[in-house]
Design a protein around this ligand. Structure first.
Ligand code: NDP
Length: 520
């Protein structure tokens, strides 16, 4: 950390070279406004995710003219509400947002509807179907429907089955009248349950209709990894075991489990962060170039990475993984409780809130290159970052005049917060003698963003546009579970489970035992 602070920063201007004019101008990306009119049906409309993410994203899209010309939003849940009550509830949620122009709100609110539903009662789904027919006629949405499951995961299969039984998943012509379903993580809790979920979803929906969200993928910096790698000729020749020493992917959180003890106690950090988000980041760094930037081709290359993961065995599990759980500590000057003292958590809980591991990709490009993966809650700082550490220079021509070793080049993608890409290189300190210092060449997102979309806005636009690039495909999902399920089962069945769990003080960098993994 101290070394990083002493480095000088060269801030790059974000400019685009116009080939024809020779002028350098900034050109913002155009966002594609969905053209198909549609109805968005939000299950779990009385819940937390709807209030905090889905509805604010829809409203912001509307304010910025990114919704289709004709649309309606139909909230569904067991709670009995009229349309007017639902509109009031949503208004109270959205008033926190900066912009609430009265006319805009009235227009948006006029498109909000509510239908109470019993998730396992087909009669209520038939009522839903009738309601959708009326809204389809009113807004001329040609039968286009987007079902968003913002409900607890145990309801996914029931709701998807009921949608199918009510005939609402059928697409007469997928190009003209579509029906899509959006599912939030977690997609199962192991390989078996994930496969079962996929099988059930596919009884009502085909794969092209299913959108499994990983909101990490919708972040600008994550999307930029592929552009950085495959739109620049200078890095790809270096992108292999020949020049890369290791890759380090970390997703550190300062937050605890908030109000989600019920979910987190069963999930733990391996299911919550590694099987999905961290694996996705890994695949973007490690994949081969797809022939085209097209959804299926990108998914094919990601799947190849997951197929090449070297499985853990008894020795590597012990040597290459550290699991931890936060104890009480101090964060930003405030005392925070231990995980075991969080509301809803078992006081003897052995659920890991932190993991650090070393894994390998068993293929030509990455043979022998360690990938260090880390994620944890209640850590010192919030930071999601990928470091590509290059090898040392093969021979130091300066060895006779400087005593210290030369720091190797390092490429860093900061995913959040303060999104940036940074390349560290060596330069000569000004002066009469030769001494080196590390410099950073940096690209900062905050200086360039014309109008960036929040991850949920991007996800919703892509669903409406039928673009599955940033969603998870079934085979990848199952491949990641195949990799993690034996590991999770081993950890959970371990006799010395308590002994193997390293407790760390909240507000620190995690268990000190984790540092040893990098030295092994
Ligand atoms: P909630 O617990 O708020 O539940 C959403 C709605 O589902 C509730 O309003 C309730 O509506 C219905 N519901 C809840 N429990 C039951 C039950 N036992 N039986 C039947 N219906 C029930 O969930 P969230 O909004 O927090 O999360 C929704 C999904 O999104 C989950 O899969 C979660 O993992 C995922 N997710 C959530 C995030 C978040 O920040 N909240 C972040 C990332 C993913 P009613 O009683 O009116 O039917």
């Amino acid at each position: 950390m101290a070394a990083e602070k002493s480095q000088k920063h060269l801030k790059l201007q974000t400019i685009v070279q116009k080939p024809d004019s020779g002028n350098s101008v900034y050109e913002p990306c155009q966002c594609i406004q969905p053209s198909d009119p549609c109805i968005i049906i939000v299950f779990g409309a009385s819940g937390d995710l709807t209030a905090r993410k889905v509805m604010p994203a829809l409203y912001k899209l509307f304010l910025n003219n990114f919704m289709p010309q004709e649309f309606a939003i139909l909230g569904c849940a067991r709670t009995r509400l009229s349309d007017a009550q639902f509109r009031e509830n949503m208004k109270s949620i959205l008033t926190d947002m900066q912009t609430m122009p009265p006319n805009a709100w009235n227009k948006f609110a006029s498109r909000l509807y509510y239908q109470s539903i019993v998730y396992d009662d087909i009669a209520t789904f038939n009522n839903l179907s009738d309601r959708l027919d009326i809204l389809t006629q009113k807004y001329k949405t040609s039968g286009n429907k987007l079902f968003y499951l913002a409900v607890p995961p145990f309801l996914y299969e029931t709701i998807a089955t009921m949608i199918g039984r009510a005939g609402l998943s059928t697409e007469a012509d997928p190009d003209k009248n579509w029906s899509r379903i959006v599912v939030e993580k977690p997609f199962g809790s192991n390989l078996q349950t994930s496969t079962a979920l996929n099988n059930t979803l596919q009884q009502s929906f085909k794969e092209h209709q299913i959108y499994r969200i990983d909101h990490y993928l919708a972040k600008e910096t994550v999307q930029n990894i592929l552009v950085f790698r495959f739109a620049n000729a200078i890095f790809e020749p270096l992108w292999s075991r020949q020049y890369i020493e290791y890759v380090d992917i970390c997703a550190a959180e300062t937050l605890g489990i908030e109000h989600r003890a019920g979910y987190y106690e069963k999930a733990g950090v391996l299911r919550d962060m590694f099987q999905n988000h961290i694996m996705q980041l890994l695949s973007l760094i490690a994949m081969e170039p797809p022939a085209k930037f097209a959804s299926e081709m990108v998914h094919d290359e990601k799947a190849k990475v997951f197929r090449s993961l070297l499985p853990f065995d008894a020795t590597t599990t012990e040597k290459n993984i550290v699991l931890g759980q936060y104890a009480a500590g101090t964060l930003n000057g405030n005392k925070v409780p231990a995980y075991r003292n969080e509301p809803g958590v078992d006081p003897q809980s052995l659920t890991p809130t932190y993991a650090m591991m070393k894994i390998f990709i068993d293929n030509w490009r990455w043979q022998g290159v360690p990938f260090y993966l880390m994620s944890g809650k209640r850590l010192k700082e919030k930071l999601t970052r990928i470091v590509v550490q290059f090898k040392d220079v093969p021979h130091s021509v300066f060895s006779t005049i400087i005593s210290e070793t030369i720091s190797a080049n390092r490429l860093t993608f900061v995913i959040q917060p303060n999104e940036k890409i940074s390349l560290t290189f060596q330069a000569k300190n000004p002066g009469s003698t030769v001494c080196l210092r590390s410099m950073n060449m940096e690209f900062h997102y905050d200086g360039t963003a014309e109008q960036t979309l929040d991850a949920y806005e991007k996800v919703l636009i892509d669903c409406m546009n039928g673009d599955q690039m940033l969603f998870l495909r079934q085979d990848s999902e199952e491949l990641c579970w195949s990799f993690f399920t034996p590991l999770i089962e081993d950890c959970e069945a371990c006799i010395n489970r308590e002994k193997n769990l390293c407790f760390y003080e909240a507000g620190t960098e995690g268990p000190r035992q984790a540092k040893k993994i990098k030295n092994r």
